[in-house]
Design a binder for this molecule. Structure first.
Ligand SMILES: Cc1cc2nc3c(=O)[nH]c(=O)nc-3n(C[C@H](O)[C@H](O)[C@H](O)COP(=O)(O)OP(=O)(O)OC[C@H]3O[C@@H](n4cnc5c(N)ncnc54)[C@H](O)[C@@H]3O)c2cc1C
Length: 363
């Protein structure tokens, strides 16, 4: 048996554990210092911006495309209900000068088999009557993009992986990874030293500390995000067509029962990597931006506000997937910044490939 330890049980660690569990002869243990889906994953909105992103080639597009394809089969396969909005994403365009860039994306996506459409203001009014803004130049509709509940997804992955024999140890911080000659040997917790063949570091912002114990610290910086859950007195728009609406980087995410998530702020840390406290003013501004394109939100009751920290790699692109420099059995699967829910499936595939065929390297 090959012994694999996955450190971290956010959406990325849970996805990796689930996908690894279909490979024969692996014994898999997942450690988390908290319960699952508590850190960045617990704050996320689960908007899967694949086809509508401006990434059209290279690693970024490949990861997006592979993830979007995997989601379509995964959700059914899990056997636990996970809220999954298949009605697409509508991106509002306020600047006419942006339209040639969108047209070029539409042309590229057509050839890639991910059709997206440009709507003029009257088409937008007929499809999404709750969206009204005098400055709207057009909207881009991406029917193949999705939104998923990140916490429900993570918990469903944990349950499905448990059924396939994965061991989960929650409230069990990994204190360090012991190594010799640049080969990880043991994962150390307060109650056990697990001897390992592979370690997968999927610990979000905790990955920095863990890699420090291997003398190869990965520099990840926190980026604060705040969001709101609201309740409306009645339905808005067309009840049978409720896609995610995105305007000026603010998402309006339908949840059913006249409830929506709105968010999120993107609050960068200072030079030293210190992030500001979550302040109500920034969140208030996001809410006002949403009301500006969906006036009915002014009647909403705020049910909940929250914040979370996104793990952003410093001086390298997100995410970080592959062998830790100098080590032959420590895989990094971390630093997903704003797209960890979207990119979790492709990340898990890369980890599976690396463990199943170690000589082929990783993404
Ligand atoms: C407000 C907000 C909105 C977002 N919206 C979206 C969105 O719409 N779409 C999208 O794709 N992404 C979104 N994101 C980003 C997304 O949440 C992250 O990219 C993703 O959750 C990262 O997942 P993860 O599993 O790598 O990390 P995390 O969810 O942070 O999980 C890491 C886990 O590792 C554990 N851990 C750390 N150190 C240790 C240790 N030493 N021992 C044991 N366990 C440890 C932690 O307890 C934690 O459970 C959003 C983020 C925020 C904050």
């Amino acid at each position: 048996m090959t012994e694999v330890a996955v450190i971290g049980c956010g959406v990325v660690g849970a996805m990796i554990a689930y996908e690894l569990s279909s490979i024969p002869d692996l014994r898999i243990t997942v450690f988390d210092r908290q319960q699952p889906a508590q850190a960045s994953t617990g704050a996320a909105l689960g908007v899967l911006m694949g086809a509508i992103s401006q990434k059209v080639k290279g690693r970024s597009w490949k990861l997006r495309q592979a993830s979007m394809q995997r989601y379509e089969t995964l959700v059914e396969e899990l056997g636990h209900p996970v809220p999954y909005n298949r009605q697409g994403i509508v991106m509002l365009c306020f600047d006419e000068a942006e339209l040639p860039r969108w047209q070029s994306l539409i042309n590229i996506r057509q050839t890639q088999g991910w059709p997206i459409e440009q709507w003029d203001a009257s088409k937008l009014r007929s499809r999404c009557p709750h969206i009204q803004h005098p400055g709207l130049a057009a909207a881009i509709y991406s029917p193949c993009d999705r939104q998923i509940d990140p916490t429900a997804l993570t918990l469903a992955l944990v349950e499905a992986a448990k059924q396939r024999g994965v061991r989960f140890e929650f409230d069990r911080p990994v204190l360090s990874i012991r190594s010799a000659d640049h080969h990880a040997q043991q994962v150390v917790t307060a109650s056990e030293n697990l001897s390992v063949d592979w370690v997968v570091v999927a610990a979000g912002l905790g990955s920095t500390e863990l890699t420090r114990s291997l003398d190869a610290p990965l520099d990840l910086r926190p980026v604060l995000g705040q969001a709101i859950k609201i309740q409306l007195p009645e339905s808005i728009g067309d009840a049978s067509f409720q896609p995610v609406i995105t305007g000026d980087d603010v998402h309006l995410v339908p949840l059913g029962n006249h409830q929506y998530w709105i968010g999120a702020t993107v609050e960068l840390p200072d030079e030293a990597g210190i992030v500001a406290e979550a302040s109500p003013d920034r969140l208030e501004r996001v809410f006002e931006d949403a009301i500006a394109f969906c006036p009915a939100l002014a009647n909403a009751k705020i049910l909940q506000t929250w914040s979370g920290l996104r793990p952003r790699p410093h001086n390298q692109p997100a995410p970080v997937i592959g062998l830790l420099s100098g080590y032959d059995n420590v895989l990094l699967a971390t630093g997903h910044y704003r797209n960890g829910v979207l990119l979790a499936p492709a990340t898990a595939t890369a980890v599976c490939d690396a463990i199943a065929s170690p000589t082929q390297g990783t993404a």
